[in-house]
Design a binder for this molecule. Structure first.
Ligand code: CIZ
Length: 300
């Protein structure tokens, strides 16, 4: 089947079965095009809760579907590709959190949403890149254990007076982005605004005109019409911005900023998962109950 036939078939099956399709902004464009809603992890977890549909199919990575399943246990939450994981999330274990809590007994644990559900269950509150600073500021302690991302953690530490104890996990595509290559891209586009994700390493962030999560990038482009933007985050986001703002120019900060896990979703795999209603996410009830408290604190 060609792309548009596959897309029509996906829409048809989703409608027949009453399945709401959510896609992350890092998904391939042909997936974003057929989703009922495209957004960041915060938006997706809210949409999954608010949607009237009892069945949700996530085109994303696993921790995002797990978070939605914990927030909406009465719904059938599925993921298009079961093995779409997140290397950053996999860098931390519950034992690591227990160890840090022993070392810093007075600190509260702020956990980035890119983490396993068992780690969220040991945390006081969850955050995303869109709200991390706000969450750290309003957490009731001057001492924070920030897990698992050292990119986001070090960025927040530079913005707050609080003491942060930061776990050393990282997102390979953001943290390992080469600052020299970014400098070269800037030299080719001297009038462009460089926007980087806070998961990026400090050398890239220092070169940037603005640092924000993917939802913040949409706002930034809206607020700066008529400019060229160098985008330092996953390539799916650049494609989403191009689609949303056809009059603006976008350039990727380095050659290949592609998350292999986000790109595991294909139209063929999505169609099969919808037809068979497979890859249903299940979370152990005790863990889900503990994680829910931390996630709900984020939603306020
Ligand atoms: O929170 C998310 O969805 C991620 C992983 C990135 C972002 O900034 O939106």
């Amino acid at each position: 089947m060609d792309t548009s036939t596959l897309q029509s078939e996906i829409r048809k099956i989703a409608k027949e079965k009453g399945i709401f399709i959510l896609a992350h902004s890092y998904q391939p464009m042909e997936i974003q095009e057929i989703a009922d809603y495209v957004g960041d992890s915060l938006d997706l977890s809210k949409k999954a809760m608010e949607s009237g549909s009892k069945k949700i199919m996530f085109c994303a990575v696993k921790f995002m579907a797990e978070t939605a399943s914990v927030l909406s246990p009465e719904k059938k939450i599925m993921i298009a590709v079961e093995e779409a994981g997140c290397p950053l999330a996999n860098m931390i274990t519950p034992e690591d959190v227990v160890e840090m809590k022993k070392k810093y007994p007075k600190a509260k644990v702020v956990c980035y949403i890119n983490s396993p559900i068992e780690v969220k269950a040991l945390s006081d509150v969850i955050c995303t890149s869109a709200n991390a600073l706000k969450i750290v500021e309003k957490t009731d302690s001057d001492e924070i254990i920030f897990i698992p991302d050292q990119g986001l953690g070090s960025w927040i530490a530079s913005k707050t007076k609080k003491t942060l104890h930061i776990f050393n996990g990282y997102c390979p595509i953001h943290w390992l982005m080469d600052a020299d290559q970014v400098r070269t891209t800037k030299a080719y586009h001297p009038d462009a605004l460089l926007v980087s994700h806070p998961e990026s390493n400090p050398k890239v962030r220092e070169l940037s005109d603005h640092v924000c999560g993917t939802s913040g990038m949409i706002t930034y482009v809206k607020e700066n019409p008529g400019r060229c933007f160098i985008i330092a985050t996953e390539t799916g986001m650049k494609q989403r911005l191009e689609k949303m703002f056809p009059g603006e120019r976008f350039v990727l900060a380095t050659k290949n900023i592609t998350c292999p896990n986000m790109k595991k979703t294909t139209l063929e795999k999505l169609l099969e998962s919808l037809r068979e209603e497979k890859h249903v996410i299940t979370v152990n009830k005790e863990i889900a109950d503990r994680a829910r408290t931390a996630i709900e604190r984020m939603h306020g």
